[in-house]
Design a protein around this ligand. Structure first.
Ligand code: ADP
Ligand code: MG
Length: 325
């Protein structure tokens, strides 16, 4: 019999990375969520070779103070919640404190930041490689905000790397993540470059007209032309956004975006309500398109259901189903 031993921190992080870091797109999702949580309103994304060579994301958010830089890369370290009450009232996208630790256990990661509250005007940088974290924090040049650079994803986990698809496929998935997040925050400007080429360049969209334009850029102009805008309130819930007319249906359920308090989710209850609502006007096997936002009391929804936070649990399932239907 082999004896029981505690896993090394590095191995524990690599196991956790199995859940949250599946491919370049998942890295981009976690890093973008961090930028938004930091209050950034401008985010620049630079990608090389579909993200497996380089993912660099720069924001102009609140930044990280020098003394917290090392902690940011540690597992179970977060600035977003402190107690159980916070967990039941999550206002941020992240809260598990494991994304950066997971990512840096399977890549070469560099984190550079200048905090809004910094007393000097130096920025600081910390580097990690496969979780062999150099404790050395060095000064760097950086405006207020944070840049995270992730190189050579899965360089030390070849089994994982084998699951990566072609550069184009990985980039398409990554771009889809950027689109989803761009639709979640109209007030934030996003730019996305792949191998030095500009792919998306979205200015902050504050007016209704600009928001409509962003939806058209992300979902295609045909969607906007063939959809209606809704905004309704019932039993303490608000549901708003764009829903396609029956004449604009799709063969796949690929143009369906649903946000709960700004977080994109996939949920059976939501798909069921939408399907039911369209069932008399769409042919069998056709799918509607929609971009919908549900605003709900954070205490009425549990987001701590899945490591990637793609699923939620509604406390009042009936009223959520009803308002969508
Ligand atoms: P979580 O987002 O769940 O807290 P992460 O591992 O993603 O965990 O990040 C750890 C911490 O590092 C965050 O709580 C935050 O304080 C800090 N951080 C990460 N990225 C940024 C960023 N872009 N700007 C400011 N702070 C950041
Ligand atoms: Mg995070």
């Amino acid at each position: 019999m082999t004896r029981i031993a505690l896993l090394s921190q590095r191995l524990a992080n690599q196991i956790a990375a199995g859940e949250v870091v599946e491919r370049p797109a998942s890295v981009v999702k976690e890093l973008l969520e961090n930028c938004l949580d930091a209050g950034a309103d401008r985010i620049e994304i630079d990608i090389e070779q579909g993200g497996s060579k380089l993912i660099r994301i720069r924001d102009n958010g609140a930044g990280i103070v020098k003394d917290d830089l090392g902690l940011a890369l540690s597992r179970h370290a977060t600035s977003k919640i402190a107690n159980l009450d916070d967990l039941e009232n999550i206002a941020s996208l992240g809260f598990r404190g494991e994304a950066l630790a997971s990512i840096c256990s399977v890549s070469r990661l560099e984190l550079t930041s200048r905090a809004q509250v910094a007393t000097d005007d130096t920025a600081w940088r910390v580097e990690a490689e496969g979780q062999e974290m150099s404790t050395a924090i060095s000064p760097a040049a950086h405006p207020q905000g944070t840049t995270v650079e992730v190189r050579d994803l899965f360089f030390n986990t070849p089994a994982r790397k084998k699951f990566l698809r072609t550069e184009k496929t990985e980039f398409d998935r990554l771009e889809e993540v950027v689109k989803r997040l761009a639709l979640s925050r109209f007030d934030v400007a996003f730019s996305l470059r792949h191998n030095q080429r500009v792919i998306q360049h979205l200015h902050a969209a504050l007016s209704a007209q600009e928001q409509q334009r962003r939806v058209a850029l992300v979902c295609g102009p045909a969607f906007v032309e063939n959809s209606i805008q809704i905004d309704i309130e019932a039993s303490g819930l608000r549901l708003w956004g764009w829903v396609s007319l029956p004449t604009f249906s799709r063969s796949q359920a690929d143009l369906q975006y649903f946000y709960v308090n700004g977080r994109i989710i996939r949920d059976k209850l939501v798909s069921h309500a939408v399907k039911q609502a369209y069932q008399d006007v769409l042919f069998h096997g056709r799918h509607p398109a929609f971009v919908l936002y549900l605003d709900i009391d954070p205490a009425a929804v549990d987001v701590n259901v899945h490591p990637t936070k793609h699923e939620v649990r509604f406390r009042e399932q009936r009223s959520v189903h009803d308002i969508i239907y």
